[in-house]
Write a protein that binds this ligand. Structure first.
Ligand code: SAH
Length: 368
């Protein structure tokens, strides 16, 4: 059992205010101003808790940059475009993207960069990373703060870090799942006292006949709506890369990771990363309801192959010294590996766009 300052605070809050909904617990764990996981540290990389695609290979960000350049083309090449990244981490993907975008100078000149980042620690890291960049950069606490205008939105492993609600089905209805205290004062999962009113009617059709004990997770934030609305009204496209399920499904996916391994989500609040899978169907439905068009999701391997990742590796490897060439090769192999637990399969890519853009690169076969 681990004690953390946040665990004490959560205990205090529960003893004063009663059981805490899972969503609120996850929110405190990740973004509590003093003790939140992301607020105090850089969790990425080999020495951290997890590693992401852009940290594995430069080719990832480069292809995303070329994708953005072609989206800009389809947008009829506006003189000003807001290139927005949600949760940029160390800024690696954006730096690689900007380098690759040098092949389309007019696109690069049109860019104003907007980074949506809640963590002071990572924001500082990004400030260092972008210090020498020759495009204007602005930081924001939330997506809603980004000024109007045509936009290209990028997000890799961002949405899995947004808090989820959980409900459990019982014989007389659905109950919100909460974190509470056992008699010894330890954190444990439990159920709220009352069923959630009208929830039977609100759950997706696929879950109406779910057996007792089923857990259903959903995100209550309005970001998918906001992205869909923005792109439909002001133009542009978004690329969402994350792990998750294509169709809304039952089951718990909340998980905690520390030092590249799974840990108990209740054990060390604020010291372990908490994530939950992205419900791509719910995301797509929300964006579409605002008038945007959705493509995919497709497997990361498929997307990167269609963007020409293998060719790119050949070109880079031919230019690089042999040790570096081997490193590029093994990084890319990892990104597009297609076993059931490999990144190329687990990670999915979904695009959202203003309908006027037509078919989005990488999704030629996936119009919904
Ligand atoms: N995209 C990066 C980092 C992924 S980690 C990569 O692929 O390497 C998640 C990122 O989202 C971090 O930068 C984290 O600080 C940020 N983040 C998490 N929750 C956030 C929130 N609610 N609002 C804004 N940024 C958030």
């Amino acid at each position: 059992m681990t004690d953390t300052p946040l665990k004490d605070e959560i205990r205090r809050r529960i003893s004063m205010a009663g059981p805490m909904p899972v969503r609120q617990f996850m929110m405190h764990c990740l973004t509590h101003p003093q003790h939140g996981y992301y607020m105090t540290r850089d969790p990425l990389g080999r020495a951290g808790d997890f590693i992401t695609s852009p940290e594995i290979s430069q080719v990832f960000g480069e292809l995303v940059g070329l994708w953005a350049a072609s989206a800009w083309h389809l947008m009829a090449q506006p003189d000003n475009v807001r290139l927005i990244e949600l949760g940029p981490g160390r800024g690696t993907m954006m730096l690689d993207a900007m380098r690759a975008a040098q092949v389309v100078p007019a696109f690069r000149q049109a860019i104003v960069l907007h980074l949506v980042e809640i963590s002071p620690a990572l924001r500082e890291r990004q400030q260092q990373a972008f210090a020498a960049l020759d495009v204007p950069v602005m930081w924001h606490q939330s997506f809603d703060e980004v000024p109007d205008g045509p936009a290209i939105v990028l997000a890799n492993e961002f949405f899995d870090a947004l808090p989820v609600n959980q409900a459990i089905k019982q014989f007389n209805g659905w109950y919100e799942r909460v974190v509470e205290l056992d008699p010894d004062g330890n954190l444990k999962f439990g159920l709220a006292n009352e069923t959630i009113p009208l929830f039977e009617q609100l759950v997706p059709a696929a879950l109406r006949d779910a057996p007792i004990g089923t857990i259903y997770e959903w995100r209550g934030d309005n970001l998918p709506l906001a992205i869909g609305r923005r792109l439909a009204h002001q133009g542009g496209a978004a690329l969402i890369i994350d792990y998750g399920y294509d169709k809304t499904a039952a089951g718990e996916t909340l998980q905690a990771v520390s030092g590249h391994g799974y840990v108990d989500p209740l054990d060390a609040p604020g010291a372990a990363d908490l994530t939950a899978h992205v419900d791509f169907q719910a995301f797509a439905d929300a964006a579409e309801s605002m008038g945007a068009r959705v493509f995919g999701p497709i497997a990361q391997a498929t997307f990167l192959r269609r963007l020409g990742i293998e060719k790119r590796v050949e070109t880079l490897s031919a230019l690089a010294p042999s040790e570096l060439a081997a490193q590029i090769d093994s990084g890319v192999k990892r990104l597009i590996a297609e076993g059931p637990k490999d990144m190329g399969t687990l990670f999915k890519v979904m695009a959202i766009a203003n309908p006027s853009l037509g078919t989005i690169p990488g999704f030629e076969l996936e119009t919904r």
